[in-house]
Design a protein around this ligand. Structure first.
Ligand code: PNS
Length: 164
């Protein structure tokens, strides 16, 4: 039976930490669905379609990865796509409380769906989409934090000339 992983998130935008996690997940699961949440509590910088498009481009070398949006409950999406496990990244200890809460709620709602925690490379432990957006908005160098395409799109959003 092929094993299907669901990697959900806001991805506003995708960082190198997210990409590191996707690369690790493809080695464990036969198929990986990256699901971009379209209904966020906070207004996103990038539309859901923009986020999907960026992730598709940077994962085009990974044939077992598909990228799509989702809204509604994550467990409903997981059930519809016959997912075996929800994959979430744990960067630092402070991530754990929120992640445990989310995994526990998801287990209550969908007991058949497991949550698997993956740890990204330590060099990305401090990275988050929010911090990258803040640095980019202030004209800081973000080359080490996001794939080149995302850097380009972020700088365009903030009206900053791209230097390669
Ligand atoms: O990258 P994020 O913002 O930490 O991702 C959180 C996300 C979008 C995966 C989570 O908020 C989610 O699953 N939202 C869908 C609604 C849902 O199912 N909520 C109950 C479980 S938290």
């Amino acid at each position: 039976m092929p094993r299907i992983a669901l990697y959900p998130g806001s991805f506003d935008p995708l960082t190198n930490g997210h990409l590191d996690l996707i690369n690790r997940t493809v080695h464990i699961f036969n198929q990986v669905i990256v699901a971009v949440a379209s209904n966020l509590q906070k207004a996103p910088l990038f539309s859901a379609q923009e986020r999907v498009e960026m992730i598709k481009e940077v994962t085009q070398n990974l044939p077992t990865v598909t990228v799509t949006t989702f809204d509604g409950l994550l467990v409903d999406f997981a059930r519809t796509h016959k997912v075996d496990a929800i994959v979430r990244g744990l960067r630092v200890v402070s991530d754990f409380e929120y992640e445990l809460q989310m995994a526990s709620i998801n287990r209550q709602l969908g007991p058949e769906i497991e949550t698997v925690f993956m740890v990204p490379n330590a060099k990305y432990a401090y990275l988050s989409s929010s911090i990258v957006k803040e640095v980019a908005s202030l004209g800081g160098e973000i080359k080490a934090f996001v794939p080149p395409l995302v850097k380009e799109r972020l700088e365009k959003k903030f009206g900053i000339p791209t230097v390669t």
